[in-house]
Design a protein around this ligand. Structure first.
Ligand code: OGA
Ligand code: MN
Length: 299
């Protein structure tokens, strides 16, 4: 049996993983090694692993309970024969490319803003696993930023500003920024979640600058001041030295740790098919409310 092989992209962030067939059941010991690599590199790229949905789900389940994402809001009919998948594609239920003004297409353009999956939930999203089926001829890369390195590199003045701040994350805020409209009822479906701007990774204990675009305001600050600060922090965190850019090939599976990264998609030609599908897991010991958030901000 081939062992898990890890080839770092940069010394501390992102790696290419190989040597394990993700389409077959893996052993617990391998899952533990994969987690260790995730704790070190935060993003793992698997090439030439064309998984079907069942294989993708079976692999996902090693890494925690499923996170449903925005499913309760978007109510989009599913293309998948099993639940738990988040559709990252401009493809309709009948397999056709959706028109560029389709509501699901316009909403998902917000994935091109720097974000963390499900930070608007008061549960902690752990890993996202995104699999590529069909990739457009050009464009549509996905970028990842290392929020551990971003925290470590904060200038002193910014570090002292963010230290005790708490952000309020709202599920549809980033979509609204781009001009998507939602009804009051839709907006109310997922209440905002609160997280400190400085969180700690539960395994590595490293501090993380947790500033996804889902933050619509910061407690104790005016809305304009909050939004400008979030912009500045995202700008800091996404400087080239903290970013890995993934150029997709069909059959890739990329997994990332939402607890210490931001990511964004890049523009592509919406008249072309781009079919990716994602699963996301939750941290097992997630508790409800801000108590755990405050704990994780301390020390
Ligand atoms: C996601 C996401 C970006 C992309 O799957 O969570 O943000 O490039 N994707 O599709
Ligand atoms: Mn995402």
């Amino acid at each position: 049996r081939m062992p898990l092989k890890i080839e770092p992209v940069t010394k501390h962030f992102s790696a290419v993983a190989s040597g394990v067939d993700l389409g077959s059941p893996i052993e617990a010991a391998i899952a533990v090694q994969i987690e260790a690599a995730m704790d070190q590199f935060a993003v793992l790229v698997w090439r030439d692993q064309p998984l079907d949905d069942e294989q993708h789900m079976a692999f996902t389940k090693w890494f925690g309970p499923l996170d449903p994402g925005l499913v309760s809001v978007t109510k989009r009919g599913s293309r998948f024969n099993q639940s738990g998948f988040i559709d990252i594609a401009n493809v309709g239920e009948d397999g056709s490319i959706l028109p560029r003004d389709n509501r699901s297409v316009t909403g998902s353009i917000a994935n091109q803003l720097w974000h963390t999956d499900s930070s608007f939930m008061q549960t902690i999203a752990k890993y996202s696993l995104l699999a590529a089926r069909v990739i457009p001829d050009s464009g549509g890369d996905t970028e990842f930023a290392d929020l551990r390195a971003a925290y470590d590199a904060l200038p002193d003045d910014l570090r002292s500003i963010v230290v005790d701040l708490i952000g309020e994350h709202h599920a549809l805020y980033s979509r609204g920024l781009l001009g998507n409209d939602y009804t009051e009822a839709e907006l109310a479906l997922i209440p905002p979640a609160r997280w400190p701007l400085v969180r700690k990774h539960p395994v590595t204990n490293r501090k993380v600058l947790f500033t996804p675009i889902h933050i619509s305001r910061i407690l104790g600050m005016s809305v304009p001041e909050s939004r400008m600060l979030v912009n500045e922090l995202i700008e800091h965190a996404t400087q080239p030295q903290f970013v890995y850019r993934h150029k997709w090939r069909s059959g890739d599976l990329v997994m990332w740790d939402n607890r210490c990264t931001l990511h964004r998609g890049r523009r592509f030609d919406l008249s072309q098919r781009r079919d990716l599908r994602r699963t996301t897991t939750m941290q097992d010991d997630t508790a409800v409310g801000t108590a755990i958030a405050n704990d994780s901000a301390q020390g």
